[in-house]
Design a protein around this ligand. Structure first.
Ligand code: SF4
Ligand code: SF4
Length: 449
């Protein structure tokens, strides 16, 4: 049975082209006006029982390409049902274990918006042992263990990273699961020697935050000893980007203006990093009571989506790739994956990155048996976008999946307040993505439908 996808978007672009996008597959393609008209004819020719008959050879050829990107599909199940099934498979998948590990809660920076800045403590040998034993207990049923190093500043506890990485890699070889790893760091301690060690520990992706150009970053992200950090970070990134995938996160609030983004990009170009790093913009949020002080300067989801368009255009104009793409994902984040945990330096287990170190929001300790009935587990896990009428009817459900669960539960956001920036800026962002692709490569016939 042929069906027309409810997740397809077509928008006129330029020179007679249309941009075609499907949120279920993430396929973005350029379509000629003639092919767009053929698509409309195909939809017309679809009979009530889902059969398209009497097709000309060009129509047949286009149908094949449309099916490839799931713009039209042949499935007996409705695609919302298929999506729900996929979501369920990932939600309850016990063959993958996702761990976000904070080997220390201490940090060498003193950013005013950070909820972790005054924390201390490093993982004790007992906590390290408990984490290894926690993984070992379920190792037989695991295909993959993915560790993301987080903090505090994880590189302040490089000895813990070494010990745990070596133990988990050894366990993976013994019990035959794949071990992958990534890192979130402020970048100050990411020296050549550290990068080489991390690569040996399978760390292949690294995320570093720069809060604007040197003059602003040094104010917003000073070291605890009062020294500036920007130049050292940039120097470190030059080597790191030759060994790992490096993405630069730029936290955006109302105090960061377009001119400052332009300056930052110019500085990255000067360091010859424009083709080596991915830059993306993240919405700064008042994640906890301790950072409620910054709430006034934060954008809401809709406000952020506007500036994201302007800043993405700047990226493109300065020769950077657009890395933030509307990609489908079975869940919004780790909260909806039963086998994903954040573990802090004392062994407390959390379900959300923003809760780290706030033991009131923990769901127990890695030393103990996991309690899946713990209110801090069920509170976030229980929401399903498939039970929300607005999300069920939404044409970008596959790339949003109902938004950040903590915004619903902790911040009490509802309805459209939950919608991620794609809901507000998909049309202009698709234009930017299409321009970005044109700049990178000549559009190949395969990408044209
Ligand atoms: S609930 Fe929201 S803040 Fe927490 S990990 Fe998920 S996306 Fe991030
Ligand atoms: S939160 Fe909004 S954008 Fe996301 S799936 Fe629901 S309706 Fe769609």
């Amino acid at each position: 049975m042929n069906r027309v996808s409810r997740y397809s978007h077509f928008q006129p672009w330029r020179d007679g082209y249309y941009i075609a996008f499907n949120s279920r597959t993430g396929a973005v393609a350029l379509m000629t006006e003639a092919n767009y008209q053929t698509y409309l004819r195909l939809v017309d020719k679809l009979s009530n029982d889902g059969v398209v008959t009497g097709l000309t050879p060009p129509e047949l050829e286009l149908l094949k390409q449309l099916e490839y990107g799931l713009f039209m599909y042949r499935e007996s199940t409705d695609e919302l049902e298929a999506l729900k099934f996929q979501h369920g498979m990932v939600r309850y998948d016990m063959t993958k274990l996702g761990l976000v590990l904070a080997p220390t809660m201490a940090c060498n920076m003193a950013c005013p918006y950070c909820y972790e800045s005054n924390k201390r403590g490093k993982m004790s040998p007992e906590v390290i042992k408990s984490i290894v034993s926690f993984v070992d207990k379920q190792a037989r049923s695991l295909d993959q263990v993915d560790v993301n190093w987080y903090g505090g500043e994880p590189l302040l506890a490089m000895d813990v990273i070494s010990e745990l990485s070596e133990a988990l890699i050894r366990l993976g070889k013994e019990k035959q699961f794949t071990y992958t790893s990534s890192l979130v760091t402020n970048g100050y301690l990411l020296t050549r020697e550290v990068v080489d060690r991390l690569v040996g520990y399978h760390v292949s992706v690294c995320q570093v935050t720069l809060d604007g150009p040197a003059r602003l970053h040094n104010q917003k992200r000073p070291l605890k000893n009062g020294k500036e950090s920007y130049d050292t970070i940039l120097e470190n990134l030059k080597y790191a980007a030759t060994k790992m995938i490096v993405s630069i996160r730029v936290n955006v609030d109302k105090s960061l203006e377009a001119a400052a983004i332009g300056e930052l990009l110019a500085e990255l170009r000067q360091a010859n990093l424009q083709s080596k790093v991915a830059v993306y913009f993240a919405q700064l949020e008042p994640a906890s009571i301790s950072c409620a002080a910054i709430a006034e300067t934060c954008y809401d989801n809709a406000g952020f989506s506007d500036v994201e368009i302007d800043y993405s255009r700047l990226l493109l104009d300065q020769g950077f790739r657009i890395e933030k793409l509307p990609r489908p994902s079975a869940t919004f984040c780790m909260v909806h994956r039963v086998n994903a945990f954040l573990i802090d330096s004392e062994g407390f287990l959390y379900r959300c990155w923003n809760h780290v170190g706030d033991t009131d929001k923990s769901m127990g300790n890695v030393r103990d048996k996991i309690n899946y009935q713990h209110p801090n587990f069920t509170r976030l896990f229980s929401f399903s976008p498939f039970e929300d009428e607005m999300c069920r009817d939404c044409s970008i459900l596959p790339i949003c999946m109902g938004g950040c669960p903590a915004q619903r539960t902790d911040q009490g956001l509802v309805g459209e307040q939950m919608c991620q920036s794609w809901k507000h800026n998909l049309t202009p962002m698709l234009e930017i993505i299409a321009r970005s692709r044109q700049q990178q490569v000549q559009v190949t016939p395969k990408e044209q439908v």
